[in-house]
Design a protein around this ligand. Structure first.
Ligand SMILES: Cc1cc2nc3c(=O)[nH]c(=O)nc-3n(C[C@H](O)[C@H](O)[C@H](O)COP(=O)(O)O)c2cc1C
Length: 137
């Protein structure tokens, strides 16, 4: 088991590519939400969560939210990073997610990392570097 976990849900592969690059940069274990239980995820001290925008509200990413809500109230003492791909607008779902974490007083790493649709070469590098910084956080 590595020290950092990257766990994500992705419908069409864009957030998945972000997750892969972040996990490379962070030298992290990488799982989809179908591959790891919330209980297992809570064994890591640093967790990067990835979910694309499926609406303006974070909860609208239902598949991810159903998994995530089991551990959302247990993140005290964890270092948390969040990321995801979106299609349009200015990332309202991510602001919503950041606010939930901040209101709960959790230790959120940097600003959420967002990419419009599929990451290009520069964005892949940004994801890698985000992971690298998170590892050292
Ligand atoms: C059902 C559905 C709802 C979506 N709602 C939004 C939205 O409200 N805002 C937005 O910016 N993108 C929205 N998108 C676009 C996705 O966030 C975007 O295509 C993203 O790259 C998908 O990431 P993924 O490949 O990791 O699934 C929606 C896509 C789907 C399929």
């Amino acid at each position: 088991m590595k020290t950092v976990l990257v766990v994500y849900w992705s419908m069409s592969g864009n957030t998945e590519l972000m997750a892969k690059k972040i996990s490379e940069g962070a030298d992290a274990d990488l799982f989809t939400i179908d591959e790891i239980s919330p209980e297992e995820a809570l064994k890591y001290d640093k967790i990067a969560f990835g979910c694309p925008s499926m609406g303006d509200e974070f909860e609208e990413g239902e598949e991810f939210y159903q998994w995530y809500q089991n551990l959302e109230y247990q993140l005290d003492g964890k270092k948390i990073a969040i990321f995801g791909s979106y299609g349009w607008g200015s990332g309202e779902w991510m602001e919503d997610w950041e606010e939930r974490l901040e209101e709960a007083g959790y230790d959120l790493f940097e600003e959420a990392l967002m990419v419009n649709e599929a990451p290009g070469p520069q964005e892949e590098e940004d994801c890698f570097n985000f992971g690298k910084r998170f590892k050292d956080y």
